[in-house]
Each structure stands twice: as C-alpha cells, then as structure tokens.
Design a protein around this ligand. Sequence first.
Ligand SMILES: NC(=O)c1ccc[n+]([C@@H]2O[C@H](COP(=O)([O-])OP(=O)(O)OC[C@H]3O[C@@H](n4cnc5c(N)ncnc54)[C@H](O)[C@@H]3O)[C@@H](O)[C@H]2O)c1
Length: 369
Amino acid sequence: VPESFLVRPSAAEAGWRTRVVVSRGALLQAADAIVVEFPGSRVVVVSDARVARIVTPRFLARLGARGVRALRVTFPAGESHKTRETKAAIEDRLAGAGIGRDAVVAAVGGGVTGDLAGFVAATWHRGLPVVQVPTTLLAMVDASLGGKTAVDTPAGKNLVGAFHHPASLWADADVLDSLPPRAYRSGLAEAVKIAAALDASLFRALERDAAALVARNPDAVEAVVARCLRLKGRVVASDPRESGPRAALNFGHTVGHGIEAASGWRLAHGEAVAIGIVAEARMAERLVGFPAADTERVTALLERFGLPVRAPASLDLEAFVRFAKRDKKGRAGEVRCALPLALGSMPAGRDPTVAVAIRRDILPALRPN
Ligand SMILES: NC(=O)c1ccc[n+]([C@@H]2O[C@H](COP(=O)([O-])OP(=O)(O)OC[C@H]3O[C@@H](n4cnc5c(N)ncnc54)[C@H](O)[C@@H]3O)[C@@H](O)[C@H]2O)c1
C-alpha cells in the first residue's frame, strides 16, 4: 500500500517538516519531486561507491531526463568511512564545484550515507535542505527519519553531528532487491526495536509475517516500513531533540553501540542492536518488571530473522565497557538504557531511560549462564 504523510512537530518546535512517501517507484518519484520542489537549485547526490554503482544511476538518469545535471559525490562504502575525514572530502568537492546556498543534497544510500550527507547538508553554508532516499531496510525503517545526522570519531560512534530534518523521505521497497543479506537482516533488527519499544500490534505483525519478511516479499516489507515510519514520525514530532520520550527509540542501543564499537565495526549495526535488545530486555526484567515471556518472544523473533542474540565469545569486554560509558544518553558519569515495561510499552510522557550499573546490570545480561 503506497503511503504518503507529513511528520511535523508541535508549534513550539516549528521550522521543519518532513514529507514521507513509501511507495514502489519512490526512487524515481524522489527525483521528480526534487526538480519540482527545488527549481533552479543545484542538486548534489551523495552515495557510497557501492550504491553509486547499483542504485544511484537510475536516480541520476531520471534527474537527467528532467534536465538536471547533478553533482555526483561518492565515498567508500562502510561504517569505517562515516568520519570527519570523509565529511571534509565531500565538502572539498562541494567547494570545488562552487556549490552555494542555492542547492539541495540528496542522500541516496543506507544509514551511513544518510547520516554523513545529512551532516554535510546541516553545516554547508550553515544548512542546505536534504532529501533522504534510503536504499537499505535499516535506513527505510529508522535512520532516514528524525533528523539525526552524525559522523563517528575514534572516541565513539555518532559523537559529532547535528539535528537536521529532511525535507522529504522516499522509501522504495523495490531497491532492496540488491541488498546483501546481512544488511537486510540489520534492518529487521531496527524494525523489531521499534515494535518492541512502541507497538505490540506491530510486534505481532512481525511475528505473523516473519517468513514473508525474510523472503523480502515487497508488500510485507512495504507495510512494515510504513508502520515503522509512522510510529517513529509520531515520536520524533513529539520530541524532536530527544529531551524525553524519543529516547524510547534507543532501546537496545546503549549495549548495541558498545558492542558494535568493541567489535571494531565487524558486527553490522543491526546485528549489534539485536544483541543489545536481548541484553537490555534481560536488564528490563530485573529493573522495571519486563515480563520474561516477552524477552523470549523478542529473542525468538530476532533468531527467526537470522540475527545474533548473544555477544560473541571474542567480545573485548574492557573495550565494551569503555564505549558503553561514553554513550550519549549517559549523564554525570552514569550509563542509561531505554527500557520498556512490556512489549510495545515504554513509560509514557517522560524520559524512559534508567541508570544502570555496568558490573551489576549490563555484564550479567550480556553473558547469562
Ligand atoms: N540517524 C539515525 O537516526 C540512525 C538510526 C539508525 C541507524 N543509523 C546509522 O545507520 C548506519 C547503518 O546503516 P546501514 O545498515 O544502512 O549501513 P550502510 O549505509 O553502510 O549500508 C550497508 C551496506 O549496504 C550497501 N547498500 C546500500 N543499499 C544497497 C542496495 N540497495 N543494494 C545493494 N547494496 C546496498 C552499502 O553500500 C553498504 O555496503 C549506522 O551508521 C547507524 O549509526 C542512524
């Protein structure tokens, strides 16, 4: 079912809104819309090298057919390139091509491209509009909406960034055909996170449609993408800068980011998040009364999706602790996790994060007997 809707904040946070389109063919619709909505603007299309080969040519051809010759900017694929250095290299390309304020950035790619191109757009000439064209499931269900943009530094993930909401977002399930299996599964982990944190009925739908989702049935995928974006849109609109309820979307991520960084980025983001979801569900049992039966359901669903549910034996625990302590949700030296009370139910109307002790809460949950 193609969907199109607006995500916009309450009056107090006015100044941005994001048009969301979930539709087969959205890749080309995005190009059409850019031509109509930014007439006369230069168009900068940012993709990683892999997407630039596989997906972006169709997008560029559509722009070309409408008389727009875009500036193509490509960087090497992978999280290890989501860095300040890559951002600087992209900025040098923009400078070399004379890109000024009258330009729009299209991020065509996965979450790495969206975060990086979004951050470039946030700061180039103090801010260009950005259009997100996600090409991974993870970017479709999660990363491309909400305005978080960032790069990693050696000290930790997403440490330097800005809030910069996209003008529009175009999710086209058909572009997922070429996605490698690990990247696809990674996206399923974020869908599980959104359902487990926010919507028990979506969680049941994921359980019911698990086989179709694993098989990448486009109708099933499209339905999940649309539901995830509606849920995330609601939370982001209510709390665009994550001063409270939006932190619900970090379920699984305090532990997940620590594992991802400690693995030296060998685990995909969604794989680390899957392990983090299970560990944080176990912590939630002890700390906020999350039902043990719900932990079992989450674990079983992640396993059906082919995702890891326990930390690899090789995990460097000291590195993990170091990275977990640097998590951005932490305050005054505390580590905090967003913990649901039950499947689909976060504490309403307030910051859902809870202070946790690494030795007493996290490590036993990570390495249960
Ligand atoms: N901003 C946010 O709110 C937010 C939320 C969640 C995750 N993230 C970020 O997203 C990133 C992970 O995103 P990701 O998993 O999409 O990684 P990614 O962007 O690195 O994409 C994964 C791989 O798939 C390839 N690829 C992408 N689309 C393809 C396609 N259609 N066909 C073939 N290959 C394709 C890419 O080249 C890459 O090698 C992390 O950096 C994470 O921090 C951000």
